[in-house]
Design a protein around this ligand. Structure first.
Ligand code: ZN
Length: 283
């Protein structure tokens, strides 16, 4: 094994996606109350960032700012140290509706900077929409997490940082394992890392492995000095035969990987320092 990495590993838990639906794994939190409870457990297990979508009463993903507001309020009250990241992804709405919650000023929001295919459709992120979402994040002091579904998205993120469309420190997530987009592929992962390092050496990075390879991508990140994303949004199973009982259980898998690689798990305060986020508001 290579030398241990002393930089703490930030664990992000993606508690609730837009697919799959709760019926596929009853542990997926769907109501706001369930989401707060699940985020709290994941925080206790070692996660510093919660990435969230919201659903309506029929469990359909929505971009309803009122629901995001209730979630943010509950998270701030029950897990005040946790870094809150809202999804502006395209499964929950279309066009500028996707950024309607940014005025709530979560700590972070996901930002796709280019288009690609999803399992059954085009994930459409026009240059005009990307610039509008980035502008809303600047206006409200929300740090973007760039979702790189493709190599071109890394170049785009670096360009946006250079020309000032992104003012926060650059944080890029490589998303692998989405059907019809980038597969979980080690040479590509290494090339993504090397490309980001070349274009934006100061940037921090993480990666998400969607589906059964989640743990594989987690281990690559832990071993190579990146940060790790887990959670029921991306993967419903502990292994082929076992449904994950909770988001916290998936977080514990990453904590165990960190222990095995002799890598410290970031506290929320360390995570804020690494990402360049201001300290959490007291109380
Ligand atoms: Zn998401």
């Amino acid at each position: 094994m290579s030398a241990a990495i002393s930089k703490p590993c930030i664990i992000c838990v993606a508690i609730t996606g837009s697919v799959p639906r709760k019926a596929h794994n009853p542990a997926v939190p769907v109501t706001v109350a369930e989401q707060i409870e699940s985020a709290h457990q994941a925080f206790e297990a070692g996660a510093s960032i919660v990435h969230a979508h919201v659903r309506d009463e029929q469990e359909n993903p929505v971009s309803d700012p009122e629901r995001f507001a209730r979630l943010l309020e509950g998270l701030r009250r029950h897990v005040p140290r946790m870094i809150v990241q809202f999804s502006t992804g395209g499964r929950s709405g279309a066009g500028r509706d996707r950024g309607a919650m940014l005025s709530l000023k979560p700590d972070m929001a996901s930002l796709a900077v280019g288009s690609n295919n999803f399992p059954t459709r085009v994930y459409e992120n026009s240059p005009e929409l990307v610039d509008w979402l980035a502008g809303e994040m600047r206006a409200h002091g929300v740090m973007p997490e760039i979702e790189a579904f493709d190599l071109s998205h890394i170049f785009q993120a670096a360009a946006m940082k250079r020309d000032g469309r992104i003012v926060a420190p650059l944080y890029v997530q490589f998303v692998m394992g989405v059907k019809n987009a980038m597969p979980v592929d080690r040479p590509s992962f290494d090339f993504f890392r090397a490309t980001l390092e070349r274009l934006a050496p100061e940037a921090e990075w993480c990666a998400a492995g969607v589906g059964r390879d989640q743990i594989t991508v987690n281990e690559w990140c832990v071993a190579e000095g990146g940060h790790a994303r887990t959670g029921l949004e991306d993967n419903l199973r502990l292994d082929r035969d076992t449904l994950a009982p909770s988001n916290a259980a998936l977080v514990r898998r990453v904590v165990d990987l960190c222990a095995r690689h002799d890598r410290p798990v970031a506290t929320p305060e360390q995570a804020r320092a690494i990402l360049g986020l201001p300290a959490a508001a007291a109380g």
